[in-house]
Write a protein that binds this ligand. Sequence first.
Ligand SMILES: *Cc1c(COP(=O)(O)O)cnc(C)c1O
Length: 362
Amino acid sequence: MLRVRLIMESRIRQFASDNYSGICPEVWAALEKANAGHVRSYGEDTWTERASDLIREVFEKDCDVFFVFNGTAANSLSLASLCQSYHSILCHQTAHLETDECGAPEFFSNGTKVLLLTGGEGKIDPAAITPMVKRRSDIHYPKPKVLSVTQATELGTVYKPEELGVLGQIAGALGLRFHMDGARFANAVASLGVRPREITWEAGVEVLCLGGTKNGAPVGDAVVFFNKNLALEFDYRCKQAGQLASKMRFLAAPWVGMLEGGAWLKRAAHANDMAALLQSKAEAIPGVRLLFPRQANSVFLELPPRVIQALHDRGWIFYTFIGEGGCRFMGTWDTQESDVEALLSDLRELMLGEGAAVALKG
Ligand SMILES: *Cc1c(COP(=O)(O)O)cnc(C)c1O
């Protein structure tokens, strides 16, 4: 049984998550180069320097950059550095830091409370922020300190530059720090066709967790402080939390491979395109409903429970617990059109029966 499963998983590219995919060729090549000979450890090497410089170039901003192993560490350590334990962090109710980090932001900040905001399609409703902050001003309320947004969101939508500008302005007026979880930042940039600066520091974002893993790296996300004052002693925080890689070049080299020739955007755009293909063809199947506008590399579909089970039985892996229900299908850097067609073929057959599925495809 396990053997069958392993064969199936190695043959079919799946739609469960962009972290099911492997290492993209540009990153693999950089890692191979980084593997030659000896270099200094703990980030005092040229790969780390080069990767940090490339990030500064991409954002057209002198910023402080730190490389950590994953997104949970990036989020929780950066948030912890913005807060005292008696503060609170405001984020959308579907935010990864609330739903998928096992309380790490609270843990690393020694108990900072997370306050949940509402808003359609996974985006924070700007009108929800001030009431949450002003709800109380007394000493018994956890003092609001950070506004955190996710770009692209957990529901596969994307904030436009002007939407982020509004959030940044509100945060500034209320004395909140502005934090961005950019686990899929590349997908957002590719989708919007903007300069990275337009959806970060120009909109008031002070700290960005920049995702590398889902973009095509084996491991490793970056914490980017546009407000350099906030980076004070962040290196110690990383070290204490076990997030200072001794062979740092292997966390840094993927960024060099990804950023130097623009692979980060090319790969993200491809992931978005594959999701777009799936979306347009799935939507054409009677009975299939798109749950949220697809703006990045995830497609959320409402499917009958019978069909969900049957797709799983046929070996398709996808999540049904992310966001607000429904089924999530992710495109990633190595998703092929043939993968999308194979999934669609099963979906059509299960939704419509064999004859009608063939007719629809033709
Ligand atoms: C994947 C993801 C992260 C990081 O998760 P790790 O598993 O810790 O790497 C953070 N935020 C969002 C929105 C994500 O999708």
